[in-house]
Design a protein around this ligand. Structure first.
Ligand SMILES: Cc1cc2nc3c(=O)[nH]c(=O)nc-3n(C[C@H](O)[C@H](O)[C@H](O)COP(=O)(O)O)c2cc1C
Length: 323
């Protein structure tokens, strides 16, 4: 626990980025295929300080592709929200950032950490950490064109022999970013192996802008431990929030099936409200079954959810638990 040096009272963990202050240091990570408007709204209602959209292609925005523009859907209740941009062409990234900013987010986040081949093969995502000059060109152009706080999400480096996150973070700070998120794995690790928290400590030491630590956090308690151990200012939670928006609350996921169903139904209601009808069924199946993962006797319920032919049949599966 950190203490105020003068009053010897515990300090509440406060996260502030640029002019924005957040009521929780815990942030919903960008998760492609998951962190759209309904899930972000849900996580905000459950206590996330702010949420980050799925990564959005700069070219999709510049060419005004319908599916890409749809990813910018938002409503005032979810604020503060950050939209995440990916790409590797500085001019296209700056044009896209301007388009994004016109949709009214509170921050823009630049993806410099995605290890997926589809993204890195064009020099975007984690590949930018191997080309700091290009990363710098992208950042300076965006900072010059957009007045919102810009954050950057990075990894530790390419592999364990080329950890460059601290120097890279310093470059990011020097070029006008307002915060850095560090997923403490290397590009070559993908999502496997363990995170190395010492990299978060090193990044925090290298810069004076806020640092958000990320990787393998599944509760507020674990998150607070990360803050205490590394000195980071906030903690980003990704997979730990899937089927578990309670991860943003001290009490964590409830034990009672009735309460879990109530959370799942709140999510279902938001999906029905905000997604086009034709996308609801497949999408909710993906999310819903995660709520029951690992619970005793849940495999039949999960199977029934997956095989439900329509929304009415799916909702019927939940009925027995809604007493
Ligand atoms: C399904 C999935 C999709 C992801 N999509 C993105 C993305 O769009 N942008 C990004 O920066 N990171 C993305 N990530 C990485 C997460 O934001 C996060 O850094 C990573 O999962 C580690 O955090 P966690 O252990 O809390 O999940 C994704 C991860 C997963 C598992």
């Amino acid at each position: 626990m950190r203490f105020c040096p003068f009053l010897a009272i515990p300090l509440l963990f406060m996260l502030q980025i640029g002019h924005l202050s957040f009521d929780s240091p815990f942030v919903l990570a960008p998760l492609a295929g998951y962190t759209d408007l309904p899930f972000r709204l849900l996580c905000r209602k459950f206590g996330a300080g702010y949420c980050v959209s799925e990564m959005i292609s700069c070219h999709g925005l510049v060419y005004q592709q319908k599916n890409t523009l749809r990813m910018l859907a938002s409503i005032p209740e979810e604020k503060p929200v950050a939209y995440q941009l990916f790409g590797s062409d500085p001019e296209a990234m700056a044009d896209a950032a301007e388009i994004m900013a016109s949709f009214g987010p509170d921050m823009l986040d630049i993806n410099m950490g995605c290890p997926v081949r589809k993204v890195t093969k064009s020099g975007a995502g984690a590949a930018l950490m191997t080309d700091p000059g290009l990363a710098e060109a992208i950042l300076t152009k965006i900072v010059a064109r957009v007045s919102l706080p810009i954050t950057v999400k990075i990894r530790s480096g390419r592999d364990s022999h080329s950890i460059n996150a601290p120097a890279f973070a310093k470059m990011i700070e020097d070029n006008g970013a307002s915060a850095i998120t560090i997923h403490a794995r290397t590009w070559s690790q993908g999502f496997s192996g363990c995170i190395d928290k010492t990299i978060i400590t090193e990044v925090k030491k290298a810069v004076s802008i806020p640092v958000i630590g990320n990787g393998d956090i599944h509760s507020c308690q674990e998150g607070r431990r990360m803050i205490e151990e590394t000195g980071c200012d906030g903690v980003m939670i990704g997979r730990g929030a899937l089927g578990n928006p309670w991860v943003f609350q001290d009490t964590g996921r409830p034990d009672e099936m009735r309460e879990i169903i109530s959370g799942a139904r709140a999510h279902l209601a938001l999906i029905e409200e905000f997604l086009p009808a034709e996308r609801v069924l497949g999408y909710i199946k993906n999310h819903l079954s995660r709520y029951f993962k690992g619970l005793p006797g849940s495999s039949v319920l999960r199977q029934n959810i997956f095989s439900a032919p329509n929304l009415a049949a799916l909702k019927q599966q939940l009925e027995p638990y809604c007493f």
